[in-house]
Design a protein. Structure first.
Length: 495
């Protein structure tokens, strides 16, 4: 424990964000550069080193949080980096993108603001890179075994790195032109700049991992052929089958899926396009869906110069404090949170019709209407009660030149033919079925991440990658020393 009285004497202080007027003019991360290190030592000192650290259980990676909090409070960055990387391959990703269930499980959070675990994590990761504490770790010897990993999101990257470091020859197949999956083309730069991703990919290349980009398994290379060339195959293709909204007017031009819109904006930032063909510039934008993907669309539309942008959430506006009956500690509570994108929309008054920041709560879409040219021009909605039943007389119409559907995903996509060519069994949810060893019904083929678990958090994705790597290593070598933080049937803590 760095400071035995830290949790009593030091108030929680978050990494400050840049002024709204400044950050919406660029695509850089929203936080003030260099403003975290001066405060993070005292923040880490708020950790109580409690006897039963529930933050361990709240995070599927099993991060050694009290240990690296203590080390940061003592400014032992090398040891802190070692502890952090012992359980997490990519802490600079999780420190920026994870909603921090570990903080919800912090014992201090029972009656005080939680320790800023997420900020401490990203501070350690960034310091590790700046101080040269994250060098490549190639294996001492090769096993002679080969593994193909299909998909380069956080699950695929974690599995590939673990297996490469165990001595196997690993090739990662990615259908896009660059590795990273949704971290590359789904997550906007203002949440995580892509140089963090590039740095890890280069580390993995230096360790021996091979990347085969622009290669869709099932289309560009046959799935059965690929299976015959490798000793094992790990499917980490994600959950890309988006949920639709089959309502009257869905066919109108200008109604798109969020994951059609966000990759184009990211490609503009990557220099692939001068302007997105779906740009929100000058348009009235409505986002259907109250989750993180919707917030990503919101921040993107604001930066593109939308005339207005409103986000619809079918749930009622949550309270500011945890409901101890519905979401008792240490579960992750449903509370009102103000993301950077919502803060921007609120301050810029981007959504004049919204209840709070840019959101309309308890709102259900009825239909879309368009002009004579078949382009969407309005979204018609109604307020609903807690059972999602329409409230009489609550109908409203919002101007809409661009509608973005951010309703989540139902399982892996089947358009490339991978699932059908291998003859993979699916479970009733539409995700890839697997046994207790992450193995599918096809010998030598394993499934991990959102493709098998269903859409989840990045910490669960990385934990799945680490666990499936241990299962594959055990199958290839008869035993393994790789850690397996979770099993395929483990789930987050809930009531």
């Amino acid at each position: 424990m760095g400071d035995p009285k830290g949790f009593l004497t030091t108030a929680r202080q978050n990494w400050p964000r840049r002024p709204v007027e400044e950050r919406v003019r660029d695509w850089d991360e929203v936080y003030v550069p260099g403003a975290l290190l001066p405060i993070i030592g005292e923040q880490a000192g708020r950790c109580m080193d409690c006897g039963v650290p529930f933050c361990h259980e709240a995070c599927p990676l099993g991060n050694l949080i009290p240990e690296w909090n203590d080390l940061v409070s003592r400014e032992d960055w090398r040891a802190a980096s070692d502890r952090l990387h012992a359980t997490n391959n990519f802490p600079e990703f999780t420190g920026r993108l994870c909603p921090a269930p570990c903080e919800a499980g912090c014992v201090l959070a029972i009656n005080q603001p939680a320790v800023t675990i997420k900020n401490v994590e990203v501070a350690i990761a960034d310091r590790a890179w700046s101080d040269g504490l994250a060098p490549p770790r190639p294996p001492d010897r090769l096993s002679g075994r080969t593994v193909a990993v299909i998909g380069s999101g956080p699950t695929g990257l974690a599995a590939a790195q673990q297996l490469t470091r165990a001595g196997h020859t690993v090739a990662v197949y990615e259908k896009d032109d660059r590795p990273g999956g949704l971290m590359r083309y789904g997550i906007p730069g203002f949440k995580m700049e892509k140089h963090h991703l590039e740095r890890r990919v280069e580390q993995m290349r230096a360790e021996g991992t091979k990347f085969r980009t622009s290669t869709a398994v099932g289309r560009d290379v046959g799935a059965a052929e690929l299976r015959s060339r490798y000793d094992a195959v790990v499917l980490a293709v994600g959950a890309t089958a988006w949920r639709d909204l089959p309502l009257p007017g869905r066919e109108l031009a200008g109604v798109h899926q969020a994951m059609e819109y966000l990759p184009l904006a990211n490609r503009v930032c990557q220099g692939d396009l001068e302007e997105s063909p779906m740009s929100a510039a000058g348009k009235h934008v409505v986002i259907v869906g109250g989750g993180d993907t919707g917030a990503d669309c919101l921040g993107t539309a604001v930066r593109e110069g939308a005339a207005s942008v409103t986000q619809l959430d079918i749930y009622a506006q949550p309270g500011a404090e945890r409901d101890e009956d519905a979401d008792p500690w240490p579960t992750y509570p449903k509370i009102y949170r103000l993301s950077a994108a919502h803060e921007e929309a609120r301050d810029l008054e981007s959504a004049p019709a919204a209840d709070a920041d840019a959101r309309l709560f308890a709102a259900s879409t009825l239909h879309f209407s368009g002009d004579a040219d078949g382009h969407v021009r309005a979204l018609h909605l109604v307020e609903v009660d807690s059972e999602r039943r329409p409230l009489p007389g609550s109908g409203r119409t919002l101007p809409a030149d661009l509608v973005l559907l951010a309703l989540g995903f139902s399982g892996p996509g089947r358009e490339d033919g991978l699932i059908d060519q291998l003859g993979l069994a699916l479970d009733p949810r539409g995700t890839i079925a697997r046994d207790a060893d992450f193995a599918t019904n096809v010998p030598g083929v394993y499934a991990a991440g959102d493709a098998a678990r269903g859409q989840s958090l990045i910490v669960w994705a990385i934990a799945e990658g680490r666990a499936v790597a241990a299962a594959v290593d055990r199958r290839l070598m008869g035993a393994t020393q790789l850690p397996a933080p979770i099993g395929p049937y483990d789930r987050p803590m809930t009531v």
